[in-house]
Design a protein. Structure first.
Ligand SMILES: *Cc1c(COP(=O)(O)O)cnc(C)c1O
Length: 420
C-alpha cells in the first residue's frame, strides 16, 4: 500500500485522514506522505522513497530521527514499566537538569503537550495575579486551548475573535491581540487595560507564521511594560527552548520571563510539555497552592527518559554551532539562487530554523507573512518533495536543520532548489 491508499483508508475512520490538520496538505495540495521509519536526517516512506527531512516532526528532532542513545533510553525505560501514575526518580533528575540549564527557572511542572503547558501557564498567571485578561500576538501559536485560538479583531482594544468554531466568545473576549513586533500597540493596550491583564504571552522568536525574529527592543519593551502594570510575562518557548543553545532563548537573551513554557525538544520526540518559573510563582500550583493542574500521564517515565537523554546530549555535544553553520549555508544558498534567478523570495534563518518567504520584503508580523505568495510556496514544496526533500507542508511554518544533517545534505537541497 502506498501513501495514497493509506490516506484513502484513513479518511474513512479519522477526520480528514489526519490527527493534526496541517498534515492533510491543505496548504500545498496533493496527497500527504506516509512515513515508515526515520534515521538521522532521512526518512523512508510507504511509497518506497527516501527523503531528507527538514520538518523534524515540527521541531522536537534536533538530534535527528531515532538517535541511538535516545532510543536506548526509551527502550530501557519502557522495559521497566510504561506508566505508574506515581513518582519516579527520573522525574526529579529531569527537573533538576532543566532547572540547572535554565537558571531563571527554580521549579518545573511536567505535562504531556505544549498545549497543556501553555494552558497551565495562563491559568497560573491568572491565579497569581487575580486578573482575567491576557494579551497575545497575532500569528503566535500557543496550542489549541479556547482562549488562545484567537485572531485579532477589527479593533485592538476589543477582545479578539476566535479563529475556530466551537470556542465560546466569553473565552476570547478575555484576550487582546497585538501585531508581533509592535510595542506601541502593546503599550496602548496596557495603558487602557493594564490593571485587568494577567499576562502577556509571546513566542520570543516567532515560529508559527514562518520564522519571525523579535526586533531590537521588542522583548525588552514587553518586559518593562508588563512589570509596570503588574502583569506577568510568559515566554512560550515550546519551539525556542533548547533550539539555539542548551537553554532557553530567554536565558540567552538575558530577558527574564515570569513563566516559561517548554515542549517539543525537551521530549526528544515523545509527548511532553513543561511550565517553569520562580519558586514563588510555581508555589501557586496544586498541591502547594490553589491553581489546579494534574495529569494521568504527566511526567511519564518513558517520555522523561527520552527528554533526559536528549537534553544531556545537547548539553554535552552542543551541536548548536554546527547547526547554525549549516542553517546559514542553506539560507545564504537560497538567497543567492533567488537573486541569480530573479525569484521573488527571501529566506529567513536563525540557527537551525529557516523559512523561505515568497516575497522580497522582510516579514516582521503576520500581515507580512500573509502577503507572501502561497501558490509559489506550494510549487516550491512539491518541487523539493519530488527531488527527495521533505519540508513543512505549509508556508506559515518553520523548517528545521538538525544535528544529523550534513553539508552534503544542504548542498543537495540547494542543487534541487536551483532547478525550481
Ligand atoms: C507546538 C507549539 C505549541 C503546542 O504544542 P503541542 O505539543 O503541539 O500541543 C505551543 N506553543 C508553541 C510556540 C508551539 O510551537
Amino acid at each position: 500500500m502506498n501513501s495514497e491508499q493509506w490516506f484513502d483508508r484513513a479518511k474513512a475512520v479519522i477526520p480528514g485522514g489526519v490527527n493534526s490538520p496541517v498534515r492533510a496538505f491543505n496548504g500545498v495540495g496533493g496527497t500527504p506522505v506516509y512515513f515508515k521509519s526515520g534515521k538521522g536526517a532521512k526518512v523512508q516512506t510507504e511509497d518506497g522513497t527516501e527523503l531528507i527531512d527538514f520538518c523534524g516532526s515540527w521541531g522536537p528532532l534536533i538530534l535527528g530521527h531515532a538517535r541511538e542513545e535516545v532510543v536506548e533510553a526509551v527502550s530501557n525505560a519502557a522495559a521497566d514499566g510504561l506508566s505508574f501514575g506515581a513518582n519516579t526518580a527520573v522525574e526529579a533528575e529531569f527537573a533538576e537538569l532543566v532547572c540547572s540549564l535554565i537558571p531563571e527557572i527554580d521549579m518545573v511542572r511536567l505535562v504531556s503537550s505544549g498545549t497543556e503547558a501553555v494552558m497551565t501557564a495562563v491559568r497560573l498567571a491568572r491565579g497569581v495575579t487575580g486578573r482575567r485578561k491576557i494579551l497575545k500576538f497575532d500569528g503566535c501559536y500557543h496550542g489549541h486551548s479556547d482562549y488562545l485560538l484567537v485572531a485579532s479583531g477589527s479593533g485592538l482594544l476589543t477582545g479578539g475573535i476566535s479563529s475556530s468554531a466551537g470556542v465560546s466568545p466569553s473565552a476570547t473576549e478575555e484576550v487582546f491581540v497585538a501585531p508581533y513586533n509592535d510595542l506601541a500597540a502593546v503599550q496602548e493596550i496596557l495603558k487602557a487595560n493594564g490593571d485587568e491583564i494577567a499576562a502577556v504571552i509571546v513566542e520570543p522568536v516567532a515560529g508559527n507564521m514562518g520564522l519571525v525574529e523579535p526586533e531590537p527592543g521588542f522583548l525588552e519593551g514587553l518586559r518593562a511594560a508588563t512589570a509596570d502594570c503588574g502583569a506577568l510575562l510568559i515566554f512560550d518557548e515550546v519551539i525556542n527552548g533548547f533550539r539555539l543553545g542548551p537553554t532557553t532563548y530567554g536565558h540567552m537573551s538575558g530577558i527574564k520571563a515570569d513563566i516559561t513554557t517548554l515542549g517539543k525538544i525537551i521530549g526528544g520526540g515523545m509527548p511532553i510539555g513543561a511550565i517553569g518559573g520562580s519558586t514563588e510563582i510555581m508555589s501557586h500550583l496544586a498541591p502547594l497552592g490553589p491553581v489546579y493542574q494534574a495529569g494521568t500521564l504527566s511526567g511519564n517515565p518513558v517520555a522523561v527518559a527520552a527528554g533526559m537523554k536528549t537534553l544531556e546530549l545537547l548539553r554535552d555535544e552542543s551541536p548548536y554551532l554546527k547547526i547554525e553553520i549549516l542553517g546559514k549555508r542553506l539560507a545564504d544558498g537560497i538567497n543567492r539562487i533567488a537573486a541569480t534567478k530573479g525569484l521573488d523570495l527571501h529566506c529567513a534563518q536563525r540557527g537551525g530554523m529557516f523559512t523561505p518567504f515568497f516575497r522580497k520584503a522582510p516579514v516582521r508580523n503576520l500581515d507580512d507573512s500573509k502577503a507572501c505568495d502561497q501558490k509559489a510556496h506550494a510549487r516550491y514544496f512539491h518541487h523539493m518533495l519530488d527531488h527527495g526533500f521533505y519540508t513543512p507542508p505549509s508556508g506559515y511554518e518553520v523548517a528545521f536543520v538538525s544535528a544529523a544533517h550534513t553539508e552534503a545534505d544542504i548542498d543537495a537541497f540547494l542543487e534541487a532548489f536551483g532547478k525550481l
